[in-house]
Design a protein around this ligand. Structure first.
Ligand SMILES: Cc1ncc(COP(=O)(O)O)c(C=O)c1O
Length: 388
């Protein structure tokens, strides 16, 4: 294997690059998780995380990857045999509904083409038709990491209200939290699922459930089996800054620092930065003569851009060349999209020149792979970044 100098470019759509100050925070000695110093840390991060979800309610933090928080959202709110409405927006929506089926739920899975988000009109139609109110939850992946398509959660909320339906709204923000505008309380989301390794700029290992009052109420009667994921003992212990099990203390140090960084930049500025980098990336893709996978401009993702390869070219070959020559990792096509797309992550700890370098690497990789592109791509992105 080639030995590379300089920094690796980790431009997959998560895990993202961890800032040095977060790494330094994580490197502090582990402390007694039942002592007073930990309680102060726990109380602080449990409170400081709330603005990122735009909630005033409880946020449960698990020492797990995002998949655990998916399971927690389902088992705390639903009972065996409950009906759930979900949308085939891509690979992650498919995995979440697989999990729901595995847990004994009945899933109405609305088919999709992996180029669009969950359709608010279909939400309203399906819920209005459910006169017996047997659908207990609507599950939506806010930002489909496999496609770079962002579902319009505020419109989905309006659709649920227009149907006058009492279903819970469960939303996966694993690749949008801290990158794309998101409002748990204002949009009436009942459980927001998130992970540490993307917009929060932390290593993998923490996951989150932001919980509404309605979800808490549902959890009192939800009968799906649960133990580790059970919100009740966690929320109880959290009141004193503790957890009912050994928490991921050092990742919580990192979370404290990452939240400080997001607060210092300001969440509106963080969202604007991501949207601008996404715009510059799309400008590059189009100038190369390639196609962005997301088919609806209202649903462009601020976190990542999935790029369709022209017929006869393998996206994985391009990624392989870019990794070998330029030491940059790009996201692979997942599931149905394997080999057909590559994904450029532009989220987390990221700036204009990181994007310029990323796109330069992509452009050279495409050329080396023999893809007939117009080399105007990087300049088109620089025009957006320069702001003229
Ligand atoms: C949108 C989305 N949901 C769920 C997951 C699964 O999370 P994890 O791999 O942390 O378990 C991912 C992972 O990338 C994701 O992007």
């Amino acid at each position: 294997m080639t030995v590379h100098s300089g920094r690796h470019f980790l431009q997959i759509p998560g895990p993202t690059n961890v800032p040095d100050q977060v790494l330094r925070a994580i490197a502090a000695p582990t402390i007694d998780h039942r002592g007073p110093e930990f309680a102060a840390l726990g109380l602080h991060v449990l409170d400081a995380i709330k603005p990122v979800f735009a909630t005033t309610g409880p946020v449960v933090i698990y020492p797990s990857s995002g998949t655990g928080a998916w399971e927690a959202a389902l088992v705390n709110t639903l009972s065996p045999g409950d009906r759930v409405l979900s949308f085939e927006t891509g690979h992650f929506a498919t995995l979440w509904q697989d999990m729901a089926r595995g847990l004994g739920l009945h899933v109405d899975f609305v088919p999709g083409d992996w180029r669009h988000g969950a359709d608010p009109e279909i939400v309203e139609e399906r819920l209005a038709a459910d006169t017996s109110r047997s659908i207990k939850a609507v599950c939506v992946v806010h930002n489909e990491t496999s496609t770079g398509v962002t579902s319009r959660v505020a419109d989905i909320r309006r659709a649920i209200d227009a149907a006058g339906h009492p279903a819970l709204l469960l939303v996966d923000t694993i690749s949008s939290l801290g990158s794309i505008d998101y409002r748990h309380d204002e949009w009436g989301v009942d459980v927001t699922v998130a992970g540490s390794q993307k917009g929060l700029m932390l290593p993998p290992g923490l996951s989150f459930n932001a919980v509404s009052a309605k979800a808490l109420e549902a959890s009192r009667t939800a009968a799906l089996p649960k133990s580790f994921w059970h919100w009740k003992p966690i929320i109880e212990a959290n009141k004193r800054g503790f957890f009912p099990y050994t928490p991921a203390t050092n990742l919580l140090y990192g979370l404290d620092e990452a939240l400080r960084m997001l607060d210092a930049e300001g969440l509106p500025a963080v969202y604007a930065r991501h949207a601008r980098h996404a715009r510059a990336t799309r400008a590059a893709v189009r100038a190369w003569g390639l196609e962005v996978l997301c088919a609806d401009e209202r649903e462009y993702s601020g976190s990542l851009t999935a790029v369709l390869m022209p017929e006869g070219h393998d996206a994985d070959k391009v990624r392989e060349i870019i990794l070998e020559r330029f030491d940059m990792s790009l996201g692979a096509g997942l599931g149905k999209l394997a080999g057909r797309v590559f994904r450029i992550g532009h989220l987390g700890h990221f700036n204009d020149l990181t994007l310029a370098g990323t796109l330069a690497g992509v452009q050279m990789g495409l050329q080396l792979a023999g893809v007939a592109i117009d080399p105007a791509g990087v300049n088109a992105a620089l025009d957006v970044l320069r702001g003229d």
